[in-house]
Design a protein around this ligand. Structure first.
Ligand code: HEM
Length: 155
């Protein structure tokens, strides 16, 4: 498999996985069943852990493809990856851990829903950043200047 293909597949996988997490975490609320909620919370935790190596591969392949390029599209992609990794380590993982504990203890109260809202917001932020990187990646692969190329200060 070529590096480019690996990068592309890891990008699709990551975006589909995070979308799945958001849908599962919101969807299970419709059941209102505490056991199902606890099961999904445990699943979300494992899913985040399993996603980490795919995201590392995505970033690694992206950096290899970029080489020493200082193109605005490439710099923006690197900046976004920094933000989304920080979001993952500082917000998503701690929230998923706390939600798992609360759900297994049956403590589904205001704190649970607050943390859940933070988790969903962080996941949606990451999905947006991934989407922007996807768009810029397609432009880079076509050899076209990435959209908003003049706005290097934007994330
Ligand atoms: C460190 C971060 C990243 C860097 C430096 C980077 C760099 C690059 C470069 C240079 C290309 C063009 C490759 C070519 O010439 O064919 C590319 C393509 C692409 N990138 Fe990234 N990338 C990064 C992260 C991401 C992320 C997080 C996504 C997630 C959505 C992504 C999605 C894509 C896609 C979809 C393509 C097009 C691949 C193709 O058409 O085959 N990239 N990237």
């Amino acid at each position: 498999m070529t590096l480019r293909r690996l990068h592309f597949l890891a990008a699709i996988w990551t975006m589909a996985w995070i979308t799945g997490l958001v849908v599962a975490t919101l969807g299970v609320e419709l059941t209102g069943d505490p056991a199902a909620i606890a099961l999904v919370k445990r699943g979300v935790l494992f899913a985040i852990v399993l996603l980490a190596p795919v995201m590392m591969t995505l970033g690694w392949a992206g950096r290899r493809l970029a080489g020493a390029s200082r193109a605005p599209g490439v710099l923006r992609k690197k900046r976004r990856v920094l933000i989304l990794s920080g979001n993952g380590v500082l917000v998503l993982i701690p929230c998923a851990l706390a939600l798992d504990r609360l759900a297994s203890a049956g403590e589904i109260g205001w704190l649970f829903y607050l943390l859940k809202a933070v988790l969903v917001a962080a996941a949606c932020t990451n999905l947006t950043l991934l989407g922007l990187n996807f768009r810029d990646g397609l432009a880079l692969a076509r050899g076209a200047p990435a959209p908003e190329a003049g706005l290097a200060a934007r994330p």
